[in-house]
Design a protein around this ligand. Structure first.
Ligand code: NAD
Length: 310
């Protein structure tokens, strides 16, 4: 099935734009979740174990609550089991590691995720290192990062993995393209740069990894066939930084105050969508782009973990 949504932006008088196609993360993620649901139902009929994800939430950060709720709901939709461990915001690092170790040794648990960020008394690195690499479905453990870099089977961090699945779903030709990744975080930008440069499909890009100290960002972006914006600055990427026909993936999610919304905020990506989209061949929206794909990728990792263990 090829999901597409073609637009022709001819309402800007006197200007012709490339035909732009939305990379619909919501629909693509739905298709992945449906497929997983069928596979899980099949396992169930055959008397095999169904995937079980354990999520840990420390404290009650608003955005984290939303993300965790979405992950738990996605598990339910695909027939996975899920367990949510809630811990107080003043939980000690030792107590959290204790809970992780119990989940590590529980044969019923296939995947463990600890929702980030963590309260300041807890060292994130120590927590990631405490998770069994074979249950590390977020793909943040050094063992999985190492395997990914070497091109070995690994749990790939959910956001970059979701983006690769989206590019694959839309059969985007990436080989030989110049990809500019903006942002070098361990969870998005850096793994994204590695995956895009891999000798795989999608992959085989020539990658430039940009960050806050990059001095000629605009110049580099203007050379890019593919731009992945993952810096967390709302509407940072403007039309004058993007060449005609580019493929733009917007990872950013920032809550911006909006009194017209019941929640009091709206979500903004890192791309000034309205002005950039008309120049693109493909672009992801926010919301409905990378966000849902991240969750679908997490489910895929958890499903694969279950199969490997059982
Ligand atoms: P981060 O803060 O850890 O990293 C931001 C990176 O951007 C840094 O490497 C920094 O060097 C770079 N940067 C900052 N300002 C820059 C500038 N002016 N020019 C070039 N580079 C600059 O962020 P992160 O965790 O990678 O997340 C990035 C964004 O993606 C955030 O908005 C986050 O909410 C969002 N995110 C979305 C999903 C999803 O599922 N859609 C998942 C993870 C993160």
């Amino acid at each position: 099935m090829r999901l597409q949504n073609k637009f022709s932006f001819n309402f800007f008088e006197g200007v012709t734009f490339a035909r732009m196609q939305i990379l619909d993360g919501k629909k693509t993620a739905q298709a992945i979740k449906e497929e997983l649901k069928l596979n899980v139902a099949q396992r169930s009929v055959e008397g095999k174990k169904v995937p079980h994800l354990a999520a840990i939430l420390v404290g009650n950060n608003g955005a984290s609550e939303t993300y965790i709720a979405a992950k738990v709901k996605a598990c339910e939709e695909s027939g996975f089991r899920s367990t949510l461990e809630r811990m107080d915001s003043d939980t000690s690092e030792a107590k959290l590691i204790d809970v992780i170790q119990q989940l590590n040794t529980d044969p019923d648990i296939d995947g463990i995720l600890v929702q980030l960020p963590l309260p300041s008394q807890i060292n994130e690195e120590n927590i990631i290192n405490a998770i069994d690499p074979d249950k590390d479905v977020d793909g943040f453990h050094p063992v999985n990062v190492g395997r990914m870099v070497l091109g070995q089977p690994a749990f790939i961090p959910a956001t970059p993995y979701g983006i690769m699945l989206l590019l694959k779903h839309y059969k985007i030709e990436t080989a030989g393209k110049h990809a500019v990744v903006i942002g070098r975080s361990n969870i998005v930008g850096r793994p994204m740069s590695i995956l895009l440069s891999d000798n795989k499909n999608p992959g085989n890009c020539t990658v430039t990894l940009c960050h806050s100290k990059t001095t000629n960002l605009k110049e580099l972006c203007l050379q890019a066939d593919i731009i992945v914006a993952a810096l967390g600055k709302p509407e940072f990427l403007k039309a004058d930084m993007v060449k005609e026909g580019a493929i733009v993936v917007d990872v950013g999610i920032t809550r911006v105050k909006d009194d017209t919304k019941k929640s009091g905020f709206k979500l903004k990506g890192d791309v000034a969508f309205d002005e950039v989209a008309p120049k693109c061949n493909f672009i992801t929206p926010v919301p409905g782009g990378v966000g849902p794909m991240t969750i679908a990728a997490l489910l895929k990792n958890t499903f694969n973990s279950c199969i490997q263990k059982n």
